[in-house]
Design a protein around this ligand. Structure first.
Ligand code: DHB
Ligand code: FE
Length: 278
């Protein structure tokens, strides 16, 4: 049976790619964020996952406003990155795991989640930068991947409660997979930030820290908020924390925090990173 070795959750702003391209990881501005990955690199060397199930939100690269699925699962043999207009290098293609993708899709449809299934899928910064943060020095990606998208771009968005339950279904699917895969779950987005409108620049450290603590202390805490309430707390793009909740849902009722980091700001965003094990 497949095992979920743990979950990593992290923010994903495009300027991380710029910092990597300019070798600024050790600069005063970036060091507090990049240093948050040292413990995760050490843990990955021991945990040795061979598949990453990456829960993220596409920002207009693969899906645009004309066709916006609430949930989508990649089922391709390979996922390519493409220029999103940020001027950062495009990362090499990521190998897929179509058999595991279809197994997850079958479970999700049986559990009435009905995702869009994508046999071709471009992956944007929300997928590629977290992978580069996890594996900064590799020549070839050491994991196959299954990209899972949750819409946080065009309303209506799925509720926090539904995203948590989606994560539970993904976790059940992985644990029922007959292969002996060692699966890492990744959830990318957030934490608090707002890029547009009157509250552009909004950050809510108190809520972010409470949310991070809730993932181990009371994982259903955030599911009691409506999306309007969450957006009021963490900003229009801070709602990307739904990815963290879905990733947490894969781990089952109890999870241990092995590591966390929180730093304001990275770009316009409160940068958070957590490593959780079931
Ligand atoms: C920023 C944050 C995001 O989550 C994103 O997708 C794009 C930009 C930012 O802080 O600049
Ligand atoms: Fe984003």
């Amino acid at each position: 049976m497949a095992t979920i070795v743990g979950a990593v959750t992290t923010s994903h702003v495009p300027s991380i790619g710029g910092a990597i391209a300019r070798h600024q990881e050790g600069s005063d501005y970036w060091k507090p964020f990049f240093d948050g990955f040292d413990a995760i690199h050490a843990w990955l060397r021991e945990a040795k996952p061979d598949v990453a199930v990456v829960i993220y939100n596409d920002h207009g690269l693969n899906f645009f406003l004309d066709k916006m699925p609430t949930f989508a699962v990649g089922a391709a043999g390979e996922y390519r990155n493409a220029d999103e207009g940020w001027g950062i290098p495009v990362l090499p293609p990521f190998p897929g795991d179509p058999a595991l993708s279809w197994h997850i899709i079958e479970t999700l449809v049986a559990r009435e989640f009905d995702p869009v299934t994508c046999q071709e899928m471009l992956v944007d910064h929300a997928f590629t930068l977290p992978m580069k943060l996890l594996y900064p020095d590799v020549e070839a990606w050491p994991v196959k991947s299954v990209p899972i998208c949750i819409n946080t771009v065009q309303h209506p968005l799925p509720s926090a409660a539904r995203c948590y339950r989606l994560g539970q279904a993904i976790g059940d699917a992985i644990r029922a997979w007959p292969g002996d895969a060692r699966v890492l779950v990744v959830g990318t987005g957030g934490l608090s930030h707002q890029l547009d409108g009157k509250r552009a620049g909004h950050i809510n450290k108190d809520f972010d820290l409470k949310f991070m603590e809730s993932l181990t202390e009371d994982p259903e805490w955030a599911t009691r908020f409506t999306n309007r309430e969450l957006i009021a707390e963490v900003g229009t793009q801070g709602i990307e924390l739904l990815m963290w909740l879905a990733a947490r849902g894969t781990l089952g009722p109890r999870a241990r925090r092995l590591h966390s980091n929180y730093h304001i700001p990275i770009s316009n965003t409160a940068g958070g990173t957590m490593l959780l094990a079931a």
